[in-house]
Write a protein that binds this ligand. Structure first.
Ligand code: ADP
Ligand code: MG
Length: 394
């Protein structure tokens, strides 16, 4: 079981609260074009202020690789932060304890890009010590950076009283409910482009979940591994043996695997390309599989009906191009409806998965949508996230 402190457990009044956040937002011509990541840290900043603390924000931006790269300064983010917080933000290029202490009480400070310092990504103990000297309490609200053991995500957590911020807390609770101590049966839906990027994920899931739907391009590799002709489909033929091993292991662990029984095929990867539904055994050699067919969708909806918990990464088809988003949309709508009815805990994450679920309109009705990307995937793979582990010890 997880044991980390939250802001409620900490003494914050009159203290400098070093707060690691992820504000690596898209910026075009000096303007933030999507402030989602900034909006998600507002509760943490507000709660620190409400408790009488002074948030000192630590964050990275881009990949400056230990050098000062002026284009990767956090300074241009100040207006967007002030707007989201409804509170002035003091930008601090070269932080010192003295500079932070001389700010008015209840001020919010933003420290320059942590990755400008060579010690950050090396998790240099000297850098961690320096960061710790800047605050009295450490709060990590950057789950999405927790898979990296950096000075500002891991090292510093061992040197100060540490806790999870509100976003980190929400993320960890949702993940615990999905895979840590879930209500069973648990259904995992794994789709997307390739098996090769999700081998660790599949290996971990078949040992933990009761049902596993394999969809998207990666299902083609599994179909081909069973001797079926997948035509021009995206397929990793060299992973046929691996796919067979995964199927065999699933049988051992009692994890029921769902592969497509019918598929939607087209001659080209293009929106509204002429398409037909065929059995998985009858894919024409000049066609590619772009979505799961209606019979497969029925079986997936049935699995969702039987599940108490759903964890989802990877779209079931080429969701970017209509109508090959149909299976993804149908499964998303069904999961959303059961979630709304209080019958299902549904958690989803992954860059394209979040885009697909947003596009389907079902995302808001899921229990939790993780925007953490790599950290979410590593967690689903069963790996220890150093940034979270450091909080558990502190
Ligand atoms: P995530 O970012 O959520 O982890 P992935 O990057 O693994 O998801 O997969 C998303 C991609 O998989 C999308 O670009 C989608 O078009 C592609 N995809 C899904 N099904 C197919 C298919 N049958 N053929 C080709 N590409 C597919
Ligand atoms: Mg992706």
């Amino acid at each position: 079981m997880m044991s980390w402190k939250t802001l409620d457990d900490m003494e914050l009044a009159g203290r400098l609260v070093l707060t690691r956040v992820d504000i690596n937002v898209p910026v075009e011509n000096g303007e933030v074009t999507d402030a989602t990541r900034i909006e998600r840290i507002v509760p943490t900043v507000h709660d620190i202020l409400a408790a009488g603390g002074s948030p000192v924000l630590l964050a990275h931006f881009g990949r400056p690789k230990g050098k000062v790269v002026p284009e990767m300064s956090l300074r241009p983010l100040v207006p967007a932060l002030e707007k989201a917080f409804g509170h002035p933000v003091s930008f601090i290029e070269r932080p010192t304890r003295g500079a932070l202490e001389s700010l008015p009480e209840g001020a919010i400070a933003l420290i320059e890009n942590t990755r400008f310092a060579p010690g950050e990504e090396k998790n240099d103990p000297e850098m961690a010590k320096f960061l710790a000297s800047l605050g009295d309490v450490y709060c990590n609200d950057a789950f999405s950076a927790a898979h990296r053991a950096h000075a500002s995500t891991e090292g510093v957590a061992h040197l100060l009283p540490s806790c999870a911020g509100r976003l980190m807390e929400a993320e960890l609770k949702a993940l615990e409910a999905a895979l840590g101590a879930p209500k069973r049966p648990v259904l995992a839906v794994v789709g997307g482009a390739k098996v090769s990027t999700k081998l660790d994920l599949l290996a971990n899931l078949i040992s933990k979940v009761d049902m596993l739907v394999i969809g998207g391009g990666m299902a083609n590799t599994f179909l081909a591994a069973q001797g079926l002709d997948v035509g021009k489909s995206l397929c990793e033929h060299d992973l046929a043996e691996t796919a067979r091993e995964i199927m065999a292991k699933a049988q051992d662990t009692g994890c029921e695997i769902y592969l497509p029984s019918d598929v939607v095929v087209a001659e080209e990867f293009r929106a509204h390309a002429p398409n037909t539904v065929v059995a998985d055994t009858a894919v024409p050699s000049d066609c590619m599989i772009l979505d799961a067919g209606p019979d497969s969708v029925e079986r997936i909806l049935g699995a969702i009906d039987r599940a108490e918990t759903l964890i989802w990464n990877g779209p079931l088809g080429a969701f970017e191009i209509a109508p090959f988003d149909a299976a993804t949309n149908a499964a998303a709508a069904h999961a959303a409806a059961r979630t709304e009815a209080g019958e299902l805990v549904s958690v989803a994450g992954g860059g394209d998965t979040v885009a697909a679920l947003n596009k389907s309109g079902a995302a808001e009705r899921f229990t939790y949508i993780s925007t953490a990307g790599g950290a979410f995937l590593e967690w689903m793979e069963g790996k220890t996230l150093p940034g979270v582990a450091a909080l558990e010890q502190g």
